[in-house]
Ligand binder design. Structure first.
Ligand code: NAD
Length: 296
């Protein structure tokens, strides 16, 4: 079976690597955090001693890392993985990073004869575990088709948005919208509760009315309304506020470059900066609802 090197086994990467194992791939995993690596081993991956060791003999290299600086450092400037990856391998970087970081990675890979696509995801930790992620990819048609067996083992919706970096552009637009509807959902639920409604009843009404959206359907921010979401476990796990803040920063940087007007995205970034700055960086992004709760 094909060999996959998987780097970055956190909230998302852990479930994704486990699904590759379930699909029959040999997965050589590496993460700086011993607990993350141990989780991957329990899911059937082999533990590599370093990122460089993980990629020896790889047919595919999949990465799921926090930000663009780390991706560039691992592949190009620091660990210099590109010099250790076999020429026949395909790099599938699933991290959410700036389009220019993805283009640089792709160009540097190409110089060494290695194919690369950006393949950021949507769906959250539950979809990563269930293998139902949406992948939005940037790269050549040929590289996208070559990635299909790997992507299909981890997701159920695969899109090619365009050339290198296009997957990141799609992802940043999607996450700006996600931030906006999560904030709107949170303030609406809190308004209802402040005016005497049960949040579960209000959620059911809005889900079946014109306010329905993904945050209400899959990721209700009000504690106790929905099982198996971060709101029902004190906002642990899930998608950290610091990562949402990063994504909104990517969207605003791009908007500055293209001179686009993004008033809702700008406000969302400010609200997430406020919330993250109050000690909430590592908590799930649906905890933004706490900004709308009145002090006891
Ligand atoms: P995470 O922090 O849980 O996982 C990142 C992992 O990368 C950690 O285990 C960390 O130890 C590891 N890592 C960092 N630097 C490393 C290095 N130099 N070498 C090896 N491992 C290293 O984050 P996450 O929630 O899994 O998010 C990962 C990416 O997925 C981010 O780009 C995020 O924006 C994106 N994303 C997250 C979600 C979500 O719901 N959590 C959804 C869609 C996209």
């Amino acid at each position: 079976m094909a060999q996959v090197a998987f780097i970055g086994l956190g909230n998302m990467g852990g479930g994704m690597a486990a699904n590759l194992v379930k699909a029959g791939f040999d997965v050589n995993a590496f993460d700086l955090a011993p607990a993350a690596l141990q989780g991957a081993v329990e899911a059937g991956c082999s533990a590599a001693a370093s990122a460089v060791a993980a990629v020896a003999n790889a047919d595919y290299v999949v990465s799921m890392l926090p930000n663009g600086a780390i991706v560039e450092s691992i592949y190009i400037d620091g660990d210099q993985l590109l010099d250790a990856i076999p020429q026949t391998a395909l790099i599938i970087d699933c991290s959410t990073i700036a389009a220019q970081n993805s283009r640089r990675l792709s160009e540097e890979a190409q110089k060494r004869g290695i194919s690369c696509i950006d393949a950021p995801v949507s769906g959250g930790v539950a979809a990563a575990e269930a293998g139902t992620l949406a992948f939005m990819c940037g790269g050549t048609e040929q590289a996208f088709e070559a990635a299909r067996p790997i992507l299909s083992a981890m997701g159920s919706k695969l899109f090619l948005a365009g050339g290198s970096g296009a997957g990141q552009v799609a992802k940043m637009c999607n996450n700006m919208l996600l931030a906006v509807h999560m904030i709107g959902t949170a303030e609406s639920l809190q308004l209802g509760v402040d005016n005497g409604l049960d949040p579960a009843v209000l959620s059911e009404i809005m889900l079946n009315s014109s306010g329905s959206n993904w945050s209400l359907e899959k990721y209700n921010p009000y504690p106790g309304v929905m099982d198996n979401v971060p709101a029902s476990r004190n906002y642990e796990g899930g998608f950290m506020n610091m990562l949402m803040l990063k994504d909104l920063g990517l969207a605003l940087d791009a908007a500055t470059g293209s001179k686009s007007s993004v008033p809702m995205g700008s406000l969302a970034r400010s609200l997430y900066a406020l919330h993250a700055g109050k000690g909430n960086e590592l908590r799930d992004f649906s905890s933004i609802i706490e900004q709308f709760k009145k002090s006891p």
